[in-house]
Design a protein around this ligand. Structure first.
Ligand SMILES: NC(=O)c1ccc[n+]([C@@H]2O[C@H](COP(=O)([O-])OP(=O)(O)OC[C@H]3O[C@@H](n4cnc5c(N)ncnc54)[C@H](O)[C@@H]3O)[C@@H](O)[C@H]2O)c1
Length: 368
């Protein structure tokens, strides 16, 4: 039933149910006792959805914090909950953690769920509170997402998708490919939190005019941007970039009405969350020419598609298929965060967060 992979030191258990390989991988922490060791010994941590690129960091930080890990490359769900038995803490990515699913993990003995992501809108926090399950998120510097956002802005402003498509077909003509200079644009930044502010800082070097709006104004942001009401930002921006969380209040903030308030030919960039934009209204805007270009790292209903190889399959997201077909709409599969520094930090903070929870210490990542 089990076979051993000597290189990875892992045990492979075929999972007939969903085709995922369930990997139970025990990393023995050999490092001498450190400040975390006492509490960590009492805690078993299962890591779900781990990717091969995380393995090196998982080994490194399990040693650093003296933690024994069980690793599973499948998503945490009703089929894989058995792997969590005996583990008081678990680390996961962005699989929806519904009330029913969470209950199963609670029954298996899990008391703390750490998501290796900044966003935690995939976890039912209300259900967690009712159940007595504790939740934590991760953190990494905003630079990876901010850099990527600026890259998407430039790609959209310079029509790189159309240029690449055309030159791939050896059509080297210029017709229709003229872009715009970033420094001539007014850029509207909605959400001036960690990522939004870092984007503004980078944009300030391009010399563009920056408008901003947020529920709360921030002094650092004021160095780079003028805070204006949202309707003014929509009316005056040539390019609008979104950097706020997916809350109930923010659902479909970009919709038919708000698109109508924007400048003709506006460029939209979204590296925050797909649900901030009403996709149908967006597609209508592109088809009518109201929206001149877009670059999205996140789309509605991306869960279950992104991070999985869908090659040769019928894409189960018609809107995404349409967006992919437009020469002025760039879509990337939620990869803005994906740098060596960000992955290292996410793994380390998830392990450290579980250790702090199990020791009953103050935990900067704990949200419930
Ligand atoms: N694409 C990726 O790989 C990736 C990676 C990390 C984070 N994200 C997403 O980026 C977004 C921003 O992350 P962050 O770390 O900067 O968050 P943050 O909490 O530091 O900042 C969010 C800001 O949005 C503001 N805000 C909330 N609702 C608003 C509204 N309706 N109008 C204006 N402002 C509003 C908040 O007041 C806050 O200042 C989040 O949605 C996060 O999930 C995406």
């Amino acid at each position: 039933m089990y076979r051993t992979d000597k290189d990875a030191g892992a045990y492979f258990l075929p999972d007939e149910d969903n085709g995922h390989r369930l990997i139970l991988h025990r990393i023995k922490a050999r490092q001498k006792r450190d400040k975390f060791r006492k509490g960590a010994l009492a805690m078993k941590l299962i890591v779900y959805n781990y990717r091969p690129d995380e393995l090196g960091y998982l080994k490194k930080f399990s040693k650093k914090y003296g933690v024994e890990l069980a690793l599973c490359d499948a998503v945490p769900d009703e089929k894989t909950v058995g792997a969590a038995k005996g583990c008081s803490c678990m680390s996961m990515l962005t699989t929806p953690m519904t009330a029913e699913r969470m209950k199963k993990y609670y029954e298996a003995g899990v008391r703390f769920i750490s998501t290796r992501s900044i966003g935690y809108d995939h976890i039912d926090l209300k259900a967690a509170r009712e159940l007595g399950m504790h939740i934590g998120n991760g953190s990494y510097p905003p630079d990876s997402v901010a850099d990527y956002t600026v890259m998407l802005m430039l790609m959209a402003a310079r029509k790189v998708k159309a240029i690449a498509l055309r030159s791939a077909a050896q059509d080297f003509s210029l017709n229709g490919l003229q872009g715009v200079d970033l420094h001539n644009l007014t850029v509207g930044v909605i959400g001036t939190g960690r990522i939004g502010r870092t984007v503004m800082k980078r944009l300030s070097a391009f010399g563009c005019r920056i408008l901003a709006c947020d529920l709360y104004q921030n002094d650092e942001a004021k160095k780079y941007a003028e805070y204006v009401p949202q309707d003014r930002l929509f009316a005056e921006s040539d390019l609008i970039t979104l950097h706020m969380p997916a809350t109930k209040e923010n659902y479909h903030l970009i919709n038919e009405k708000t698109i109508a308030e924007m400048k003709d030919g506006v460029i939209l960039v979204n590296t925050a969350r797909g649900s901030l934009i009403d996709t149908k209204a967006f597609l209508n805007g592109v088809e009518s020419g109201k929206i001149g270009g877009a670059a999205f790292d996140v789309v509605e209903n991306e869960a279950g598609l992104y991070y999985c190889n869908q090659e040769g399959k019928i894409l189960q997201n018609r809107d995404l298929a349409v967006m992919k077909s437009y020469p002025n709409v760039i879509v990337t599969p939620h990869t803005a965060f994906y740098t060596d520094q960000a992955v290292s930090d996410m793994v380390e903070h998830s392990i450290e967060s579980c250790v702090l929870f199990s020791q009953g210490k103050e935990n900067p990542w704990q949200v419930v």
